[in-house]
Design a binder for this molecule. Sequence first.
Ligand code: 13P
Length: 251
Amino acid sequence: MHHRPLVVANWKMNGSKTLISDLEIGLGSSVLPSTVDIVLLPPSVYLAEVVMVAQQYGIQCGIQDSYVEEKGAFTGEISAEMVKDVGGEWALIGHSERREYFSEDDDLLARKFEAAVRADLRPILCVGESLEDRAQGRALEVVKKQLNSIADRVGPSFSRATVAYEPIWAIGTDQAATPDQVKDMHIAIRRELEEIDPSNGPQHRLLYGGSMQAANASTLLSIDEVDGGLIGGASLDMGEFLGIIAKAGEQ
Ligand code: 13P
């Protein structure tokens, strides 16, 4: 690990008032490692409430998705500025579920990235290949293209990106990528970031996501090129999530 570890919880469309009390109880009864940065991305309706809990523990929060405009007649949408207004600090951009189920293309993702930066949120850009891409030997090509498509469109603001490598086939499957697969891809992504953004390439934090759990967190987080994790399912179980944070603190 070359940077301060970052553990991010992506609750996806999960969570409830009960999960927020579990969070409060879990955080209140544990000693968080001071060396780990923690970020929570709850569904937007819970963001303000989760911020109130999280800030007592020095934990930051953010949004899983927000729109490109600052305000106006866009029924149902929320803006990055609103996220900032209620204490959010981070924005997830380009998760494979948004790309796939909501047809978000690179043009839209780049605009969302720019909107996040405009509102002074820190974007976490997700990249990752499908099983088919990997089977056809195109994993690296696909991931490089995803990185470059956004970098080309957003220009210098790309320097603000944290990058999360999430192979689609490892998400929600209990089948994390192997340490070799993670290491190879992270080395390749780091090289690409150094080409895209020579002055900041080494500074971007590079997370792994896809079935990270307390049981495999040490193995995945001990890979040199991994600076933390983006956690889905395991972030909904406070024992699991706190377990991952503890492992990150041991790195
Ligand atoms: P899981 O941890 O459930 O595999 O999800 C990973 C993910 O998509 C986080 O954004």
